[in-house]
Design a protein around this ligand. Structure first.
Ligand SMILES: Nc1ncnc2c1ncn2[C@@H]1O[C@H](COP(=O)(O)OP(=O)(O)O)[C@@H](O)[C@H]1O
Ligand SMILES: [Mg+2]
Length: 427
């Protein structure tokens, strides 16, 4: 039994059968406009009644006009917002809350907004800070010159993607020499708690945002609230805020909100890429928290967990988000993502699934961090698809290989000394 549960085949089968059963991701925006409005009388608001509230899970009855999946429902004058994730039968939907559900009770009226979650896009969002609903959280008035766009969009088709490979310089030597990042690629900073992922990510923002002409979007998912506030102040002091947007769904938010904040950030990034044809630098801290929020949502919805307790739809959810980070001929989204590795275990399904989407993986090691060697990058475990002679050039490649060889030899010698003792090695 254990073997069957651990095997990839089993997980893939579960993944496949759940795709049909529970469509969570990849609702192309145009699907909403093409779908005929099922409501009988569209003048009146579509009202439902709360049937049950179980923490973040809310069941709502609609006597007619059952709202489609991904519809947003408002209760308590818009203070409580829930998203439909499943249609239970002809009259009931099961929804997950994106706000705390305190005060929500059976019998309360719920209004169907008739649309999905929407993100703010437009020039007006630059230099601002938002939550998942597009509310400004920097204590300034709501932005003007903006539009609202559904956060559920399909990734660009293969023909629209660019096949050009170019290096993206970070100004951090160990990265640029050994693990060059790709312009329009996805890079991951892997590491356990407190090894310096956030500090390295902030360092990269400092180095790159200044001389990058494009837009930077910082998306905080499920990390400390304090970090968002600190980052905002640092960016303001460094004078790079005018070309930056920040969006946060930190650990104080309910799982539904943390699950959707990544989609909202991507919708903003896609606007700058597709409508304004600008390059976008998308920084995500932390993509593991997106998977974790998905797992919480899945558990709340009553789905059976899959490998190591993760949700059976993890692969689908992650690729739904990662595939949208792509290059087109008009602009590129370069993404750098911090990836928390639970208990420093790199075989954890969340880390393994994330690895497969990235063009460069920078691994931060606990050992180096504990010795105070910052940034604690482990060059032998890290890798980049760009480190080939065809892209970086023969000389750079040969140099990088030589450095790796020296480091590998150093590690080997250290092992031998640990086994035999320094005295015997010298003799
Ligand atoms: N490059 C660095 N230089 C100095 N200190 C660092 C560096 N990177 C990390 N640290 C130390 O490690 C702590 C944790 O780093 P952080 O980036 O918050 O970890 P993570 O995001 O991986 O949990 C920091 O508060 C800092 O004290
Ligand atoms: Mg961190």
């Amino acid at each position: 039994m254990r073997v069957a549960v651990d095997s990839d085949v089993f997980a893939i089968q579960i993944d496949a059968c759940h795709i049909d059963a529970i469509p969570i991701t990849n609702h192309a925006e145009n699907e909403w406009s093409e779908m005929p409005d099922p409501r009988v009388n569209t003048d009146l608001p579509n009202l439902g009644v709360v049937v049950s509230v179980r923490g973040s899970v809310v069941d709502v009855r609609f006597n007619e006009n059952l709202p489609p999946i991904h519809s947003m429902l408002h209760a308590d004058e818009g203070r409580i917002i829930v998203e439909v994730l499943a249609q239970r039968d002809l009259q009931h939907v099961r929804a997950i809350a994106l706000t705390p559900t305190q005060g929500l009770a059976r019998g309360m009226t719920v209004t169907d907004t008739g649309g999905p979650l929407k993100a703010l896009v437009g020039k007006g969002i630059l230099s601002r800070m938002f939550d998942v609903f597009g509310n400004a959280i920097d204590r300034q008035p709501a932005p003007t010159d903006v539009q609202w766009r559904s956060v559920h969009r399909a990734p660009p088709t293969l023909v629209k993607r660019s096949t050009h490979s170019e290096i993206f310089e970070t100004g951090i030597k160990v990265i640029d020499v050994l693990l060059p990042l790709e312009r329009g690629g996805k890079a991951g900073l892997f590491g356990g708690a407190g090894v310096g992922k956030t500090v390295l990510l902030t360092e990269m923002i400092h180095n790159m945002v200044g001389h990058q002409e494009g837009v930077s979007i910082f998306c905080g998912i499920g990390e400390r609230c304090r970090e968002g506030e600190e980052l905002y102040r640092e960016m303001k002091a460094a004078g790079v805020l005018p070309n930056m947007v920040m969006i946060f769904g930190q650990m104080n938010e309910p799982p539904g909100s943390r699950f959707r904040v990544g989609h909202a950030a991507l919708t903003m990034a896609e606007y700058f890429r597709d409508d304004e044809h600008r390059d976008v630098l998308l920084l995500i801290d932390n993509i593991f928290r997106f998977i974790q929020a998905g797992s919480e949502v899945s558990g709340l919805m009553g789905r059976m967990p899959s490998r190591l307790g993760y949700q059976p739809t993890m692969g689908t959810e992650l690729s739904g988000l990662e595939e949208r980070i792509a290059n087109t001929d008009t602009g590129a989204i370069t993404s750098i993502q911090a990836v928390y590795v639970p208990a420093d275990d790199f075989t954890d399904p969340a880390a393994v699934h994330t690895f497969s989407h990235l063009s460069a993986s920078i691994v931060l090691s606990r050992k180096r961090a504990s010795e105070g060697l910052y940034p604690a990058i482990d060059p032998l475990q890290s890798s980049s698809k760009m480190a080939t002679p065809g892209i970086v050039g023969e000389r750079h490649y040969a140099l990088a290989q030589e450095i790796r060889r020296t480091l590998a030899q150093y590690a080997q010698l250290k092992d031998i000394i640990a086994m035999l003792g320094l005295g015997r090695v010298i003799n």
